[in-house]
Design a protein around this ligand. Structure first.
Ligand SMILES: Cc1cc2nc3c(=O)[nH]c(=O)nc-3n(C[C@H](O)[C@H](O)[C@H](O)COP(=O)(O)O)c2cc1C
Length: 339
C-alpha cells in the first residue's frame, strides 16, 4: 500500500515536471518569437531564391576555397557553378549587388573557368558568364582572387602594442558633449569589415544614430544605460535571409560580434570611447525598437554600441578579468577520444 502511494506521487511529480517543461518551452518560444520569426522569414526568403547577395557571396567563397587548395581539383563546384553564375546575372539585372561583390565574383569566376577542365555543365556556365562579362566591360576587371600568404602586408604592430590597446579599451560611459564625427565612424568600420564572417557573407548591419532625441530614445529601449548619456549609438542588426537552415541561428550573431570587437578597437585608436549595450530578447523591447526603426521581418537586433569622445574626468570600472587558467584550457576535458 505504502509503495503504491509512493509510486503514484512519483508519477504525479513527473507529470507535473513534464507539464512544466512544456509550459517553459511555450513561454520561451513566445518570448523569443521575434527572433524565431526573423529566422523563419529569413530562411523562407532564402529558399525562395530571393536572396541574391548573400547566396552569391557564399558561393564565391566556396569557389575561392576550392581554388586555394594546394593541388586544385581539375573539376569541382559542378553542383553549384551554374547557380552561382545565375545569381550574378540576376543580381546584375536587379541591381542588388555592390561594386565590391561584383568585382570579387567576376574575378573568382574568371579564374575558376580558366583553371577547371570543361565538362558540359562547366562549359554552359562559362558561356553564360562570358556573356555577362561582355556586358560588364572592363570597369569591374580586378584581380580579387586567392593569393599567397607571403603577399599579405607586413605586420607593423607588435604584441605589446596590441596588449596596450586591449588594456586601454575599456567600456566608457561618460562622454564629452560633442558630436561624433561620421568620418571617424567610417574609418573604424573600415577596420571592422575585415573581421571573419561565415562564408564571408557579413550578414549584419551597423545602424548609426547621433541625433540626440533619437539616441536617447534608442538607448533607453534595452535598459542598462541608467545614469549616463550617449552622444551616439549604433544598433547592430543581424539578418537571416542569407541562410537556408535553422542550424545557422547563431551565424549572424557571431559574424556581427567579431566585427564589433574590431570596431571597438579601431574606435579606440581614433579617439572614440565605446560601450556595448545589451539587447534583451523581450517582446516589449522588440516592439519598441521596431516602432522606432525600420527593422525588416527577417532581421533582429543583436546589440547596441554607445560611442563618443571620452570625458577625462569620467570613471572607468576596473572590471577584473578571469585568470587564464580558468578559461584557457590546454588538452583538457577530453571525454572519449576513441569514438
Ligand atoms: C553583450 C554585452 C552587453 C553589455 N551590456 C551593457 C549594458 O547594457 N550597459 C552597460 O553599461 N554596459 C554593458 N556592457 C559592458 C560590460 O559591462 C563591460 O564590457 C564589462 O563589464 C567589462 O568591462 P570592460 O568592457 O571595460 O572590459 C555590455 C557588454 C557586452 C559584451
Amino acid at each position: 500500500m505504502f509503495s503504491f502511494a509512493k509510486k503514484s506521487v512519483k508519477r504525479s511529480l513527473s507529470l507535473m515536471a513534464s507539464k512544466s517543461a512544456e509550459l517553459w518551452k511555450i513561454q520561451t518560444l513566445n518570448q523569443l518569437r521575434y527572433k524565431f520569426n526573423a529566422l523563419r522569414e529569413g530562411i523562407e526568403i532564402n529558399k525562395s531564391e530571393k536572396t541574391v547577395l548573400f547566396n552569391l557571396r557564399r558561393n564565391i567563397h566556396r569557389l575561392e576555397k576550392g581554388l586555394s587548395y594546394p593541388t586544385a581539383k581539375s573539376v569541382f563546384a559542378e553542383d553549384y557553378v551554374t547557380a552561382t553564375v545565375k545569381l550574378l546575372s540576376v543580381g546584375l539585372r536587379t541591381d542588388e549587388l555592390d561594386e565590391h561583390t561584383i568585382c570579387w565574383a567576376t574575378s573568382v569566376l574568371s579564374l575558376y573557368f580558366q583553371v577547371v577542365q570543361e565538362t558540359p555543365i562547366i562549359k554552359e556556365a562559362k558561356s553564360t558568364f562570358d556573356e555577362l562579362l561582355l556586358k560588364l566591360g572592363d570597369s569591374y576587371k580586378k584581380d580579387h582572387v586567392p593569393y599567397l600568404s607571403s603577399k599579405r602586408p607586413d605586420l607593423n604592430i607588435s604584441y605589446s602594442e596590441l596588449m596596450n590597446l586591449s588594456i586601454r579599451r575599456r567600456s566608457v560611459r561618460y562622454f564629452e558633449d560633442k558630436k561624433v564625427d561620421l568620418n571617424v565612424v567610417k574609418q573604424a568600420y573600415d577596420i571592422a569589415k575585415y573581421a571573419p564572417s561565415a562564408c564571408n557573407r557579413q550578414s549584419f548591419q551597423f545602424l548609426f544614430y547621433n541625433e540626440k532625441e533619437l539616441v536617447d530614445k534608442l538607448a533607453n529601449v534595452p535598459g542598462g544605460v541608467a545614469g549616463y548619456t550617449l552622444p551616439a549609438v549604433i544598433v547592430v542588426v543581424g539578418r537571416y535571409d542569407g541562410y537556408f537552415d535553422v542550424r545557422d541561428i547563431n551565424a549572424p550573431v557571431i559574424d556581427a560580434s567579431l566585427s564589433i570587437m574590431s570596431f571597438l578597437y579601431a574606435a579606440e585608436t581614433l579617439g572614440l570611447g565605446t560601450v556595448c549595450i545589451n539587447w534583451p530578447n523581450l517582446p516589449d523591447r522588440e516592439k519598441k525598437i521596431r516602432k522606432l526603426l525600420d527593422i525588416k521581418s527577417y532581421e533582429f537586433v543583436i546589440m547596441m554600441i554607445g560611442l563618443g569622445y571620452p570625458l577625462d574626468a569620467g570613471k572607468i570600472p576596473y572590471s577584473a578579468k578571469r585568470p587564464n587558467e580558468n578559461v584557457l584550457l590546454f588538452n583538457e576535458r577530453v571525454k572519449d577520444n576513441s569514438i
